[in-house]
Design a protein around this ligand. Structure first.
Ligand code: ZN
Length: 318
């Protein structure tokens, strides 16, 4: 009883935040009602204590339970410049929050990143290009989709088992994606930090909304006005499963931690199809090349996108 009461009071903070966000979102668009699916508890930094390599959490007055901490957490704890924040408990993990005050240092220029489905291109203001090939991830994603299809056919009589096996393979897939994205985002942010560059990336927010948009159309067969998707099922699946949001989240928190300045470019529409020299529309060629007929420019489209991002953002600042 006590435990449930205390867990309740700890989670209250989370619940109010969910409700607040829902109310704010509701004003703009009709959104789904929030629903807490998982058991979790959030503790403020007064509620727990770290003793040795164990986390002490009170259950009743003068009664505690202990959680052993990972050695990486202990490494962070030994750093005295970091401040301990809240602790979140879920069914399978404990999340310990650290905070630090980061000073934004002087920077020499910017690195623009262009996020694509099968690669990430980074280019700094001196023209140095780094290319991260992620075509493997795209292939892996297709493989998982096909496997999911097979499993759905195999277990279509038993929803319980189907749910279990599907969640297992989607977990595997997510782990693979996030491992690879972490490697890339760490490499980019560390490079910025070392060479003293800020970071510019496209603001891809709202992409899902535009992809899933549906328009009203008249159906001749059943004589009704219905909402029909603007885009094909295949395209929607591809773009809704794209990992861009996770990658940008990783970039933004890593930049904050390493005190690298980031800019979200709001006017990056068509950055890979406009000529960076004269501003006319570029023609597309095979192998990801684009060209301008007026200035006889021929270049990789991802590099053109980076150049445009850098140019536009610097023009806004000047
Ligand atoms: Zn041109």
């Amino acid at each position: 009883m006590w435990l449930s009461f205390m867990v309740c009071s700890w989670s209250l903070e989370v619940a109010t935040v969910i409700l607040k966000n829902y109310r704010r979102a509701k004003r703009k668009k009709n959104v789904k009602r929030p629903y807490a699916k998982r058991l979790m508890a959030k503790l403020g930094n007064q509620a727990y204590k770290v003793i040795g390599d164990q986390l002490r959490i009170p259950i009743k007055p003068r009664e505690y339970f202990y959680v052993k901490l990972h050695k990486r957490v202990m490494h962070f704890l030994s750093d005295t410049t970091l401040k301990l924040g809240s602790v979140t408990l879920t069914a399978c993990r404990v999340v310990v929050v650290f905070s630090k005050i980061a000073k934004v240092t002087e920077f020499r220029g910017y690195v623009a990143i262009d996020v694509n489905e099968d690669n990430i291109t980074a280019m700094n203001s001196n023209g140095k290009v780094r290319f991260f090939d992620l075509s493997k991830l795209k292939k892996v994603g297709c493989g998982y989709f096909e496997r999911g299809k097979v499993l759905q056919r195999k277990y279509n009589k038993d929803r319980r088992v189907l749910k279990k096996v599907l969640s297992k393979i989607s977990e595997n897939y997510r782990n693979r994606v996030s491992t690879m994205l972490h490697q890339v985002s760490t490499a980019i942010v560390k490079g910025c930090r070392k060479e003293g560059y800020g970071l510019i990336h496209e603001d891809l927010r709202g992409l899902r909304r535009t992809i899933n948009e549906r328009a009203k159309q008249f159906n001749k067969v059943n004589v009704k006005v219905q909402r029909v998707s603007n885009h094909s099922k295949k395209l929607k699946r591809r773009l809704n499963n794209w990992w861009f949001r996770e990658f940008l989240n990783q970039i933004s928190y890593k930049c904050m931690w390493e005190s690298v300045k980031t800019i979200e470019s709001k006017h990056a529409r068509g950055s890979s199809s406009i000529c960076p020299i004269c501003g006319s529309k570029l023609a597309e060629y095979p192998n990801g090349q684009v060209g301008c007929e007026r200035c006889k420019l021929k270049e990789n489209r991802h590099i053109v996108a980076c150049v445009n991002l850098l140019r536009w953002e610097l023009a806004v600042q000047a």
